[in-house]
Design a protein around this ligand. Structure first.
Ligand code: HEC
Length: 176
Protein backbone atom coordinates (compact mmCIF):
# COMPACT_ATOMS: atom_id res chain seq x y z
CA UNK A 1 0.00 0.00 0.00
CA UNK A 2 2.75 2.46 1.06
CA UNK A 3 4.93 1.45 -1.90
CA UNK A 4 1.98 1.84 -4.23
CA UNK A 5 1.26 5.29 -2.84
CA UNK A 6 4.93 6.26 -3.11
CA UNK A 7 5.00 5.17 -6.71
CA UNK A 8 1.88 7.09 -7.72
CA UNK A 9 2.57 10.09 -5.47
CA UNK A 10 6.27 10.66 -4.68
CA UNK A 11 5.42 13.71 -2.62
CA UNK A 12 3.55 11.49 -0.12
CA UNK A 13 6.35 11.43 2.48
CA UNK A 14 6.82 15.19 2.30
CA UNK A 15 3.06 15.71 2.61
CA UNK A 16 2.73 13.41 5.63
CA UNK A 17 5.73 15.08 7.25
CA UNK A 18 4.16 18.51 6.77
CA UNK A 19 0.86 17.34 8.30
CA UNK A 20 2.70 16.03 11.39
CA UNK A 21 4.64 19.30 11.75
CA UNK A 22 1.46 21.38 11.45
CA UNK A 23 -0.32 19.26 14.09
CA UNK A 24 2.64 19.70 16.46
CA UNK A 25 2.68 23.45 15.86
CA UNK A 26 -1.07 23.75 16.54
CA UNK A 27 -0.72 21.79 19.80
CA UNK A 28 2.15 24.07 20.80
CA UNK A 29 0.14 27.22 20.14
CA UNK A 30 -2.87 25.85 22.09
CA UNK A 31 -0.84 24.93 25.19
CA UNK A 32 1.23 28.12 24.88
CA UNK A 33 -1.84 30.33 24.89
CA UNK A 34 -3.37 28.60 27.91
CA UNK A 35 -0.21 29.11 29.92
CA UNK A 36 -0.21 32.73 28.75
CA UNK A 37 -3.70 33.11 30.25
CA UNK A 38 -2.37 31.79 33.55
CA UNK A 39 0.34 34.41 33.43
CA UNK A 40 -2.27 37.12 33.02
CA UNK A 41 -4.07 36.08 36.20
CA UNK A 42 -4.99 37.80 38.46
CA UNK A 43 -7.08 40.48 36.76
CA UNK A 44 -6.22 44.18 36.44
CA UNK A 45 -6.03 46.86 39.13
CA UNK A 46 -4.34 44.64 41.62
CA UNK A 47 -2.55 46.92 44.03
CA UNK A 48 0.27 44.66 45.13
CA UNK A 49 2.18 41.89 43.46
CA UNK A 50 1.79 39.00 45.88
CA UNK A 51 -1.25 36.76 45.72
CA UNK A 52 -2.53 35.87 49.17
CA UNK A 53 -4.87 32.94 49.28
CA UNK A 54 -5.68 33.28 52.95
CA UNK A 55 -8.41 35.69 54.05
CA UNK A 56 -7.97 38.49 56.53
CA UNK A 57 -4.38 39.49 55.75
CA UNK A 58 -3.48 43.17 56.07
CA UNK A 59 -2.51 44.94 53.89
CA UNK A 60 -4.53 43.00 51.40
CA UNK A 61 -4.16 42.61 47.62
CA UNK A 62 -7.19 43.77 45.65
CA UNK A 63 -8.49 41.98 42.59
CA UNK A 64 -11.45 44.26 42.02
CA UNK A 65 -11.55 46.54 39.01
CA UNK A 66 -12.01 50.28 39.30
CA UNK A 67 -15.60 51.41 38.74
CA UNK A 68 -16.41 54.02 36.09
CA UNK A 69 -15.06 57.55 36.59
CA UNK A 70 -18.39 59.14 37.57
CA UNK A 71 -19.19 56.55 40.24
CA UNK A 72 -15.61 56.47 41.54
CA UNK A 73 -15.73 60.17 42.35
CA UNK A 74 -19.12 60.13 44.11
CA UNK A 75 -18.99 61.28 47.71
CA UNK A 76 -21.05 59.61 50.42
CA UNK A 77 -24.01 61.99 50.95
CA UNK A 78 -24.64 60.47 54.41
CA UNK A 79 -22.93 61.32 57.67
CA UNK A 80 -21.70 58.52 59.96
CA UNK A 81 -24.53 59.15 62.43
CA UNK A 82 -25.42 56.38 64.93
CA UNK A 83 -28.64 55.86 62.95
CA UNK A 84 -26.91 55.39 59.58
CA UNK A 85 -24.31 53.09 61.16
CA UNK A 86 -26.97 50.91 62.76
CA UNK A 87 -29.07 50.65 59.56
CA UNK A 88 -25.86 49.69 57.69
CA UNK A 89 -25.05 47.14 60.35
CA UNK A 90 -28.47 45.48 60.06
CA UNK A 91 -28.17 45.33 56.25
CA UNK A 92 -24.63 43.93 56.49
CA UNK A 93 -25.72 41.09 58.78
CA UNK A 94 -29.24 40.35 57.60
CA UNK A 95 -29.88 41.47 54.01
CA UNK A 96 -29.69 38.25 52.02
CA UNK A 97 -29.75 38.73 48.28
CA UNK A 98 -28.94 35.85 48.15
CA UNK A 99 -26.10 35.98 50.70
CA UNK A 100 -25.44 38.35 53.60
CA UNK A 101 -22.24 40.41 53.46
CA UNK A 102 -21.09 38.82 56.73
CA UNK A 103 -21.25 35.33 55.12
CA UNK A 104 -18.14 36.20 53.11
CA UNK A 105 -16.71 39.36 54.72
CA UNK A 106 -17.15 38.03 58.26
CA UNK A 107 -19.10 39.04 61.40
CA UNK A 108 -16.43 41.65 62.19
CA UNK A 109 -15.67 42.55 58.58
CA UNK A 110 -12.25 40.89 58.71
CA UNK A 111 -12.84 38.92 55.49
CA UNK A 112 -13.18 35.60 57.29
CA UNK A 113 -16.88 34.81 56.78
CA UNK A 114 -18.01 31.19 56.88
CA UNK A 115 -18.58 31.17 53.10
CA UNK A 116 -15.24 32.64 52.04
CA UNK A 117 -13.73 29.15 51.60
CA UNK A 118 -12.95 28.11 48.06
CA UNK A 119 -13.32 31.62 46.66
CA UNK A 120 -10.64 32.34 44.08
CA UNK A 121 -10.02 35.77 45.62
CA UNK A 122 -10.54 36.30 49.36
CA UNK A 123 -13.25 38.81 50.33
CA UNK A 124 -12.16 42.32 51.28
CA UNK A 125 -10.96 42.69 54.84
CA UNK A 126 -12.83 45.85 55.94
CA UNK A 127 -10.98 45.93 59.26
CA UNK A 128 -7.71 46.61 57.43
CA UNK A 129 -7.31 50.40 57.60
CA UNK A 130 -4.19 50.50 55.39
CA UNK A 131 -6.04 48.92 52.46
CA UNK A 132 -9.41 50.56 53.09
CA UNK A 133 -8.11 54.13 53.25
CA UNK A 134 -6.89 53.77 49.64
CA UNK A 135 -10.42 52.99 48.41
CA UNK A 136 -12.74 55.97 47.88
CA UNK A 137 -16.43 55.95 48.87
CA UNK A 138 -17.58 55.89 45.23
CA UNK A 139 -15.60 52.71 44.54
CA UNK A 140 -17.16 50.93 47.56
CA UNK A 141 -20.62 52.13 46.46
CA UNK A 142 -20.14 51.00 42.83
CA UNK A 143 -18.87 47.52 43.73
CA UNK A 144 -21.72 46.90 46.18
CA UNK A 145 -24.25 48.06 43.57
CA UNK A 146 -22.82 46.28 40.51
CA UNK A 147 -20.59 43.53 41.95
CA UNK A 148 -16.96 42.85 41.10
CA UNK A 149 -16.64 40.98 37.78
CA UNK A 150 -14.10 38.16 37.90
CA UNK A 151 -14.54 37.69 41.67
CA UNK A 152 -17.39 36.20 43.69
CA UNK A 153 -18.50 39.63 44.92
CA UNK A 154 -22.20 39.81 44.01
CA UNK A 155 -24.25 42.71 42.72
CA UNK A 156 -26.71 44.18 45.23
CA UNK A 157 -28.63 46.34 42.79
CA UNK A 158 -31.89 45.45 44.54
CA UNK A 159 -30.90 47.84 47.35
CA UNK A 160 -31.81 51.54 47.30
CA UNK A 161 -28.83 53.89 46.80
CA UNK A 162 -29.40 55.23 50.32
CA UNK A 163 -29.09 51.71 51.76
CA UNK A 164 -25.82 51.17 49.86
CA UNK A 165 -24.44 54.42 51.29
CA UNK A 166 -25.50 53.23 54.76
CA UNK A 167 -23.53 50.03 54.15
CA UNK A 168 -20.53 52.17 53.13
CA UNK A 169 -20.87 54.18 56.37
CA UNK A 170 -20.95 50.94 58.37
CA UNK A 171 -18.01 49.33 56.53
CA UNK A 172 -15.87 52.47 56.96
CA UNK A 173 -16.11 52.41 60.74
CA UNK A 174 -14.91 48.77 60.86
CA UNK A 175 -11.45 49.89 59.71
CA UNK A 176 -8.82 50.21 62.40
C1 HEC B 1 -20.03 35.39 48.06
C2 HEC B 1 -19.14 36.13 48.91
C3 HEC B 1 -19.39 37.62 49.07
C4 HEC B 1 -20.54 38.25 49.56
C5 HEC B 1 -21.82 37.61 50.00
C6 HEC B 1 -20.24 39.66 49.56
N1 HEC B 1 -18.97 39.90 49.11
FE1 HEC B 1 -18.08 41.69 48.91
N2 HEC B 1 -16.45 40.82 48.08
C7 HEC B 1 -16.29 39.46 47.92
C8 HEC B 1 -15.06 39.21 47.17
C9 HEC B 1 -14.50 37.86 46.78
C10 HEC B 1 -14.51 40.48 46.90
C11 HEC B 1 -13.27 40.79 46.06
C12 HEC B 1 -12.03 41.00 46.86
C13 HEC B 1 -10.91 41.54 46.00
O1 HEC B 1 -11.15 42.34 45.10
O2 HEC B 1 -9.76 41.18 46.25
C14 HEC B 1 -15.40 41.46 47.51
C15 HEC B 1 -15.18 42.82 47.50
C16 HEC B 1 -15.98 43.75 48.11
C17 HEC B 1 -15.69 45.16 48.22
C18 HEC B 1 -14.39 45.79 47.76
C19 HEC B 1 -14.36 46.78 46.68
C20 HEC B 1 -12.95 47.17 46.33
O3 HEC B 1 -12.82 47.98 45.41
O4 HEC B 1 -11.98 46.72 46.93
C21 HEC B 1 -16.74 45.74 48.91
C22 HEC B 1 -16.92 47.21 49.27
C23 HEC B 1 -17.66 44.70 49.23
N3 HEC B 1 -17.18 43.50 48.73
C24 HEC B 1 -18.82 44.89 49.95
C25 HEC B 1 -19.77 43.90 50.19
C26 HEC B 1 -21.04 44.14 50.83
C27 HEC B 1 -21.47 45.47 51.43
C28 HEC B 1 -21.71 42.95 50.79
C29 HEC B 1 -23.13 42.69 51.23
C30 HEC B 1 -24.15 43.63 50.75
C31 HEC B 1 -20.84 41.96 50.16
N4 HEC B 1 -19.67 42.59 49.81
C32 HEC B 1 -21.15 40.64 49.97
C33 HEC B 1 -17.14 38.46 48.33
C34 HEC B 1 -18.42 38.68 48.81
Amino acid sequence: MMIKLLKTNPGFIVQSFLVVVIVFLLCGIASGSSSLNKNFMPPPNKLSSSFEESPGVCPQSRYTRTVSYLIYHKKNPLEPTPENISVGEVLYHHHRAPLACKDCHGEKGNGKGSKWGGLDYPPRNFSCGITMKEIPDGQLFGIIKYGSPGTKMLSYDGLEDEQIWQLVVYIRQLAQ
